[in-house]
Design a binder for this molecule. Structure first.
Ligand SMILES: Cc1cc2nc3c(=O)[nH]c(=O)nc-3n(C[C@H](O)[C@H](O)[C@H](O)COP(=O)(O)O)c2cc1C
Length: 174
């Protein structure tokens, strides 16, 4: 079995997908990975819209960051009413958005483990996507994930070295 760190390192942002559908079973496994993510006060104030077909094509027109042709996308929405009612302003403005990112990363890692590719899309028109999907007032699209069978896997982009990213506090030199 692959080590988790290998799965983490091998995940890449995929922007070239094969023209192949995903099965409902595959998608359900990815949703299950999201479901088990941690969340502030365990509020889980997000909804995932699983989109393909003509609605996906319409969303692409309003998403400058989405230049690939994935068979399916997840539009991950914040439920502002649930976040505020259960966690107040801090949950609505900050923590629930972190929760969405964490759930998304669970999806990306599970997908990678299954030989699927994903890419985060942060550049899209929220108002247009809300209209296309006919979302209720309280569901705000925060993040899109493209998902599919990778056609090309890019070489890893440069990552900063650990010492650029880390400060060790309270550790004696070893
Ligand atoms: C919050 C967030 C938003 C992103 N938005 C986009 C996007 O709109 N379009 C895109 O092609 N990639 C997007 N990316 C992917 C990044 O460009 C990518 O993660 C980064 O270049 C590192 O590459 P890697 O994911 O292969 O490690 C986004 C990533 C994150 C985490």
């Amino acid at each position: 079995m692959e080590k988790l760190l290998d799965v983490i390192k091998e995940r890449r942002s995929i922007r070239d997908f094969k023209d192949e559908d995903l099965s409902k079973e595959q998608v359900t496994t990815l949703l299950e990975a999201a479901r088990w993510a941690p969340s502030g006060s365990n509020i889980q104030a997000w909804r995932i819209y699983v989109v393909k077909g003509s609605k996906l094509e319409s969303i692409k027109k309003f998403s400058p960051g989405l230049l690939s042709d994935p068979p399916v996308i997840f539009v991950i929405c914040l439920d502002t009413v649930e976040a505020e009612n259960k966690g107040g302003q801090l949950s609505k403005e900050v923590l629930s958005k972190m929760d969405i990112a964490i759930a998304a990363q669970n999806v990306c890692l599970q997908a990678s483990y299954m030989g699927l590719g994903t890419c985060y899309i942060g550049s899209f028109n929220k108002i247009a996507i809300k209209e296309i999907l006919d979302l209720p007032e309280n569901h705000i699209p925060e993040l899109i994930l493209t998902i599919g069978k990778p056609d090309k896997i890019p070489t890893p982009p440069p990552k900063k070295e650990l010492d650029e990213l880390t400060e060790w506090v309270g550790w004696k030199d070893e």
